[in-house]
Write a protein of this length. Sequence first.
Length: 303
Amino acid sequence: MQCLRMSHCVRPRWWRACSTAARVSDSTDLLMVRESPIERVLLFEMSNGRANVLTSEFISVLLKTIQDVCDPEKSTCRGIVLTSKNPGIFCAGLDLNEINTNLSQDRFAHYWGQFQQLFTTLHSLPVPLASAINGHAAAAGCIMALASDYRVMAKRHPTKPTNLTIGISAARHGFVVPPYVAGSMEHVVGFRKAEELLCTGSLLQADEALRIGLVDEVVEHHDEAVVPCLLFMEKLLELPSPAPYWMIKDMSRRHLVAPLCTDALRAQDTDSFYNLFSDTNVRETLAEHTRKITKSVESTRPP
């Protein structure tokens, strides 16, 4: 069953349909999985606190849920739309408290290994993935969006007189992103622009992100972002076979996950970033950044 094409003027109706859709059995408190108006296309609503920080537990839930819904013996999922259940923040990135406070080498290796697995899983997903970016998408939040086949970003914060932003600001905090993350950014926006964004740690508003190709479509409000993602899914699902999509995606993205394709490469990457995050200056900068994020998130809590 295909969903009907709807004009922009009725987007709130679509959103109500998405919001009240049936909850499926893979849901947890950290990730709400719902049926969408398109048959076998699922909505993944991230719900890990106010900021959807990628804690170890949250990454485990994401990976397990993706594994389940993409297993042909368990599910007939044909597409995933990733969004936030808490409009205003799509995802604030990695768990800096975990990285900066509990920095034993074994614990870091476990957490970084989870991040590596999430990166490879999202970039090689066997079904289409679209991101409805209904809040700030910083750091790993931007990385998750980069892994998507289609990105729709809302302009305005739902409760503050500010515009939403997207980007990877690692350079502002004294460290660099892994080469595979740089490759993902380059894959989306091109080499020169990726180099500029990563070197400056720029965070872009929606219109600028659209101009350089970091996102594919822009909407005004947070509750309008899901509908264009569904229309994108509908267009893909009208094709006679999913095989060409998957083959082309595999060919075009194989080089992105190549730096993580062996145990030795993953271990080398983990050691490199353990040493980086052990640097005193980096730790001090991250601690200050964590305090700012916590303060910002606390200010969004209802009275």
